[in-house]
Design a binder for this molecule. Structure first.
Ligand code: NDP
Length: 291
């Protein structure tokens, strides 16, 4: 798989406001840790955008702002081609704190707006205060839309009862074939309420979160049959239903090509059943997985 054979991402997810997003985007946790790798990391992100993975996910937390700084350099000349997502720390998600945090993120990212701003996880700031400041930031043009991350179904239900809480358009949560707990109630609830799921750790951090994904014979045989890698199979599985956007992080150029190409892999009902037998869908409510 190389540049000439790559077709780019060909599956999309539509947000509640009608915005169409590529079903595979790019994560950026743990980039920018080593200054010697910056050039490669910038090139990887730019290549990913070129291949259709135009959604880039970051957070003020990542590298204490270093991830946003690096992305700022990577997208300076292509800002209009990118759907930029950042996240506010829960302790900064207050009226004053979020405005300042957002301004700082915008500076680091060298842009004047975010396409999506997420509350990274729930903290002690009252949810209604965070919703109010998200709405203010939207009005001021600093963010186009907002969402949440690591919210389980009870948090979503609470949010839905707040003024403007229903403007939340994305919930970013951990989801992969080895970690399917959200399928019991959160995923259906989000579908019913038009909240798109953004799957973090979609390839279980290269398999290291769930080692069985790499050693499972059904998974590796199916990848062989589909003429793809296990990671591509995991991504194709993650985005199979049109509701989930996967955001794998990849710096290795080959990984970037492979991830973009994974959007072209479609799994049949029979293949999905095979995978269900190995990695069962949940039969009861499970606690939300978090890293
Ligand atoms: P991922 O599941 O994306 O795994 C990343 C690892 O997989 C890297 O080591 C990468 O290597 C490797 N990899 C990527 N593509 C391939 C491939 N095709 N074949 C083999 N290996 C591959 O884990 P992350 O934890 O990074 O999650 C993704 C993103 O989700 C984060 O980067 C972040 O943006 C977001 N996130 C959000 C959280 C939240 O609380 N909201 C929590 C955690 C993550 P290499 O880089 O060398 O290519």
């Amino acid at each position: 798989m190389n540049e000439s054979t790559s077709k780019g991402v060909n599956k999309f997810v539509t947000l509640a406001d009608g915005t169409s997003l590529p079903a595979i985007g790019q994560g950026t946790w743990n980039i920018s840790e080593n200054p010697n790798n910056q050039t490669d990391e910038i090139k990887a992100l730019q290549l990913g955008v070129k291949l259709g993975m135009s959604l880039i996910d970051t957070a003020e937390m990542y590298g204490h702002g270093a991830s946003e700084l690096l992305i700022g350099k990577a997208i300076e000349a292509i800002r209009q081609d990118v759907f930029l997502v950042s996240k506010v720390y829960p302790q900064n998600a207050s009226k004053k704190g979020a405005s300042k945090a957002c301004e700082n993120s915008l500076k680091r990212l060298k842009t004047d707006y975010l396409d999506l701003y997420l509350l990274h996880w729930r903290g002690s700031v009252p949810l209604e205060e965070t919703v109010a400041v998200m709405e203010q930031l939207k009005k001021a043009g600093k963010i186009k839309r907002w969402g949440v991350s690591n919210f389980d179904i009870d948090d979503m239900q609470e949010l839905w009862h707040l003024t403007n809480g229903q403007h939340c358009c994305v919930n970013q949560v951990l989801y992969n074939l080895g970690s399917r707990g959200i399928e019991f109630s959160l995923l259906p609830w989000c579908k019913q309420h038009n909240v798109s799921i953004m799957a973090y750790c979609p390839i279980a951090q290269g398999g290291s979160l769930t080692k069985q994904l790499l050693s499972n014979k059904v998974v590796s045989d199916l990848a062989k049959t589909k003429q793809c890698t296990i990671m591509q199979l995991l991504l194709a599985w993650c985005i199979r239903n049109g509701q989930v956007i996967a955001i794998p992080k990849a710096v290795n150029k080959q990984h970037v090509y492979e991830n973009a190409q994974a959007a072209s892999i479609t799994l049949t009902e029979q293949e999905l059943t095979l995978l269900d037998r190995e990695f069962n869908p949940p039969e009861h409510k499970m606690p939300l997985d978090i890293v």
